[in-house]
Write a protein of this length. Sequence first.
Length: 177
Amino acid sequence: MMGTRWLVLFVAAWVGAAGEPAEVHVSTVARDGRVHVSCTVTGGLTPDLGQALQSGLTTTLTYDVELRRAVSVWFDRGLAASTVSASARFDTLTGRYQVTRSVDGRIEDSRVSELRGDVERFVTSFDRLPLFGTATLEANVEYVVRVRLRARPRVNWLLWPFNRSDASGLARFTFIP
């Protein structure tokens, strides 16, 4: 009886800690020999991540982006993958945020801001990043761009210690050269 009570409490705490799941909105445009990907996470930073950022910890949102060929009978076939990382760190002495975006390990954008709203928009969205080439894509074939989001620091690791994405989204498009 006592074990069942603890199990119920654990499950209730886990469900309560999960809160509202973030939604990832993805859109793509194939133009000029590249597949441009845009992504937005609804709701901004979670309260836990916001508190971690305000304390001076580096907060990183990592977007694992995959280009896949849609297959109706079996799993989609993976063609290419890219990683976009957006990091923010609050300097408690100056009251400024240092934000950086990198694509596959290369820094693409770095800036300093005093406004938290600008920082949240910077780390929770990116617009028209040319992530993939179209040279290997076939004309009039449907493709899928899948984005999986991982946030660091992980604030609820005790409740779910396994590696999983925090949120995900996808966009389908037909390549027309």
